[in-house]
Write a new protein. Structure first.
Length: 536
């Protein structure tokens, strides 16, 4: 089909001018002149292709032995046909390329010549790219571009050490930029590109181990990118760290008030970062950070009490490879924020705006919990200063939660296992295979289950949360909770929009009964019983 279209195109090019005008005259005004010279599907449907992924794969169709033999007889190469095929795709708006390290320079040039000029969205993910090719691709980004995802990592063996990117139009329509934070003194490829990105509003950085990258990006943001209101920092490999100082530098560089800050667990959020974040308190709507390098309770309190537009606060990432010991928590007394003068809770600015809350509330005395999940006496349990103090604190924590009347997701617990090859002496491990899971998976159970947490029972004050009429998701995983049939029946009645409840365990009879009640009486709630814990 591609070959037939190519030959027809060659034939048309050989027509005389008179023949060409005569053929044009035969076309009706309603016909598309560019599509009417041939009945080839490529000519007819090529302009209808708006999204294209891995175009180099099309070249493989022309490199088989039989195809190359046929092309050779016509004095054609696979690249000739590939370029012709791309030329028919005249209206591609989105292009995705991944693992394209082996793409020949001629193939890259063809893709850029035919597909890039009118793109609105470009995604490139590849490894082992040379700095010169990196610069060339960035210099060819068109003015029509609105979204750029450029996850590219350099090879160690570079053929060219020239560092400047020449040319390139201002990217006035570019709003979303995702790019590898891989600047270095050896390969500073972005010095001419970032000044073209003055209209970017959403910036996602993929970090590596070179801290100079963060400093150079901070300068670029400060000098050339004044419109950024959302910044995300992630580590594609989860093996590098971005220090508290470098994170603070990036957050401080944003001149406009940030709306969204999303930090991976490899970002070491600490005192400096918190101070920088609070410069944007008046505009901050979403904040996610799971790895904190300093005592977190006071800083968490500063954030949650200072942001009047905050709708999402996430400091728990429910992932099986998260560093559990680094997950921050807020002391129950900080969370309660009791005003001794008025003898009531201090009002918070985000009480009516908060919709997603994922946070560990700790330091609640639980005299009813004396052993851990292994039936070993707790080490240094939090003791009550007077009888009933634990329940009093719980009642006030519930009261604080009850004020978030627009809350949709409440996550107080988290996953508590790792792969065995990742554990260390601080973790106690054992193997367990669930009949419904992949055979042979080994789970590692840490010692940081939550014991100084809410009971989540009606007796402890759960009934105060009847104000959360919009709640859809509840997570109480690995908490020392006392949820039974009465509690889930209350949830079903008072939380009419609840759809997901995560945290019920097979080893607890009350929780098994609770799951059975949900299954029999409230099908709208999904509450899966997780695998049974094997006691040592």
């Amino acid at each position: 089909m591609a070959l037939a279209d190519y030959l027809q195109a060659q034939e048309r090019q050989q027509k005389t001018g008179a023949d060409y005008q005569a053929e044009l005259a035969r076309l009706t005004e309603s016909q598309d002149r560019t599509l009417s010279f041939t009945n080839s599907p490529l000519s007819r449907y090529g302009p209808l292709v708006h999204s294209l992924s891995e175009p180099s794969a099309m070249l493989e169709m022309f490199t088989t032995a039989s195809a190359e033999m046929q092309l050779k007889s016509m004095h054609l190469t696979p690249l000739d046909l590939f370029r012709h095929l791309l030329s028919r795709c005249t209206n591609v708006k989105k292009l995705s390329l991944s693992d394209c390290d082996a793409m020949d320079d001629k193939v890259w040039e063809s893709v850029i010549e035919f597909l890039v000029p009118h793109l609105q969205e470009l995604h490139i993910r590849t490894f082992n790219m040379t700095a010169s090719k990196y610069r060339f691709i960035l210099s060819q980004c068109p003015a029509t571009l609105e979204t750029l995802y450029f996850n590219v990592w350099f090879s160690d063996n570079q053929n060219s050490l020239e560092v400047e990117v020449d040319g390139g139009v201002p990217l006035t329509r570019l709003k979303k930029l995702t790019i590898s934070l891989c600047e270095s003194e050896k390969y500073p490829t972005l010095s001419a590109f970032l000044p073209r990105c003055g209209h970017v509003e959403s910036l996602m950085l993929l970090i590596d181990h070179r801290s100079s990258s963060a400093l150079q990006f901070s300068d670029a943001i400060r000098n050339h990118m004044p419109n950024i209101n959302s910044i995300s920092i992630i580590d594609a490999f989860r093996d590098f760290k971005l220090t508290d100082k470098d994170c603070a530098s990036l957050l401080s560089a944003c001149p406009m008030g940030l709306h969204t800050v999303d930090l991976a667990d490899t970002v070491q959020f600490g005192k400096l970062s918190c101070d920088a974040l609070l410069r944007h308190a008046a505009t901050l709507e979403k904040f996610s950070a799971v790895t904190w390098t300093s005592p977190s309770s006071s800083d968490l309190k500063r954030i949650i009490t200072s942001c009047p537009k905050l709708h999402t606060l996430e400091t728990i990432f429910d992932r099986d490879d998260a560093e559990m010991k680094m997950i921050p928590s807020i002391n129950a007394k900080d969370f309660i924020d009791w005003d001794k003068d008025s003898k009531t809770l201090t009002p918070w600015l985000c009480e009516s705006t908060l919709k997603v809350l994922a946070i560990k509330v700790s330091s609640i005395p639980r005299p009813d919990v004396t052993c851990d999940v292994h039936k070993i006496p707790l080490w240094r349990p939090i003791k009550e200063t007077h009888p009933g103090e634990g329940r009093l604190i719980q009642h006030r924590v519930y009261e604080r939660l009850s004020r978030f009347t627009n809350l949709r997701e409440l996550c107080l617990g988290h996953i508590a296992y790792k792969r065995p090859e990742e554990h260390n002496e601080d973790w106690e491990s054992e193997e367990y295979t669930d009949d419904e899971s992949e055979v042979g998976i080994s789970y590692v159970y840490p010692t940081d289950h939550q014991y100084d947490c809410l009971e989540m029972s009606l007796e402890s004050g759960l009934g105060q949360l009847g104000t959360l009429k919009d709640l859809r998701v509840l997570n109480t995983s690995w908490m020392a909770m006392k949820i039974g049939p009465n509690e889930v029946q209350w949830m079903a009645e008072h939380w009419p929009k609840l759809r997901t409840f995560d945290g019920l365990r097979k080893e607890n009879k009350d929780q098994v009964d609770a799951a059975a009640w949900i299954e029999q009486n409230c099908s709208r709630i999904y509450a899966e019983l997780k695998f049974e814990f094997e006691m040592l």
